[in-house]
Design a protein around this ligand. Structure first.
Ligand code: SAM
Ligand code: SF4
Length: 326
């Protein structure tokens, strides 16, 4: 079992499968983003080997992310390999949904259980403005395909940016009236690449909730008040779905964090919002034994930081969000 020095059992791994993306969301990366060469990235066999190693250490839950995980070559085969890894009993993906219309069926057949699809607005023009390159219609088709393929419960992630989509939160919440979906509002976190927007145009979860309740009336606590992962859950009375708030900046959930992240270039990051990383790919390619890697991992996890330092003004600037894996 992988424990940190604060007694937290770390068992949830987020793997960034690629730093590439077919969109350029304004809060994630610059439009002229440059990417690392493929040779510096984890190859398919290396991903599967590391997944087995993490599983041996008690990791039972994996989320595939990026960048955009669906643009990775062999994505279906990678999912199949991870799903077949002994010890892994939950495998999900965070995706922008653009390619899901085509891929939802094959991914579900390969063993993927659930998807979180990013959707910040239901207005096609605003969607284009926020993603720079995206067509809302593609994502909507992807969402319906995911539901049809049984990649449920379906969660929709919305990042709220002042001046872009505060008003659109209402239509997103209205989706939960008739669909058993979870719409989750994520507070913008600061990284390199889009720091000014991330800091200056952040809208807090409390502000979003107040805006929603002013228009639609008070929401009720859902899930018996239990967090769903990191999300505080509410629902509009009578709605089929739920509304979640992930307020990592204004209400950090660090004390209950059970996560580690593997970057697309093979570095272990034990806190999303801290720069410290441990290189796993280098020793792997230099011939380290599984036992060496196991020790490296356990030591790194033991040293997982207590929490992020945003309140003290510490912003991680060594990577953009898409390189770490959101
Ligand atoms: N490309 C996929 C997607 O967009 O769903 C997966 C990777 S993306 C980095 C993962 C999640 O992080 C998405 O829901 C995205 O909206 C969110 N995200 C991106 N930049 C963020 C930021 N600065 N603060 C908070 N969330 C962010
Ligand atoms: Fe791509 Fe996801 Fe970042 Fe948007 S949030 S640019 S879809 S990686």
């Amino acid at each position: 079992m992988a424990l940190d020095r604060f007694g937290r059992k770390i068992h949830y791994l987020r793997i960034s499968l690629t730093d590439h993306c077919n969109l350029r969301c304004i809060y994630c990366m610059p439009e002229d983003m440059t990417f690392r060469p493929n040779s510096e990235m984890l190859q398919d066999d290396e991903i599967l080997l590391l997944a087995r190693l993490f599983a041996d250490l008690g990791f039972d839950k994996i989320r595939l992310t990026g960048g955009e995980p669906t643009v990775r070559a062999n994505i279906v085969e990678i999912v199949r390999g991870i799903a077949a890894t002994p010890g892994i009993n939950s495998i999900s993906m965070t995706t922008n949904g653009v390619l899901l219309a085509k891929l939802a069926g094959p991914l579900a057949a390969a063993g993927l259980e659930r998807v979180n699809v990013s959707l910040d607005t239901l207005d096609p023009a605003k969607f284009k403005r926020m993603t720079r390159w995206g067509k809302l219609e593609d994502v909507w088709k992807g969402i319906l395909a995911a539901e049809q393929a049984g990649l449920t419960p379906l969660k929709l992630n919305a990042v709220v940016v002042r001046g872009y989509n505060e008003e659109d939160t209402l239509d997103l919440v209205r989706l939960t009236l008739d669909h058993p979906w979870q719409v989750r509002f994520i507070e913008m976190m600061p990284f390199a690449g889009a720091t000014a927007i991330q800091v200056q145009q952040r809208v807090t979860g409390a502000e979003i909730q107040a805006h929603i309740e002013q228009a639609l009336g008070p929401m009720e606590v859902a899930n018996g008040g239990e967090l769903d992962g990191e999300a505080r859950m509410l629902h509009v009375p009578g709605a089929k779905g739920q509304v979640g708030f992930i307020s990592s900046v204004s209400v950090p959930f660090c004390s209950s964090c059970t996560r580690a992240r593997l970057t697309a270039d093979g570095l272990l990051r034990t806190c999303l919002l801290r720069e410290h990383e441990i290189n796993l790919l280098k020793p792997l390619r230099a011939g380290a034994t599984l036992e060496d890697l196991r020790k490296l991992l356990l030591d790194a996890i033991w040293e997982k930081p207590w929490g992020h330092g945003l309140a003290e003004g510490e912003i991680p600037m060594n990577r953009v969000m898409s390189e770490i894996g959101g």
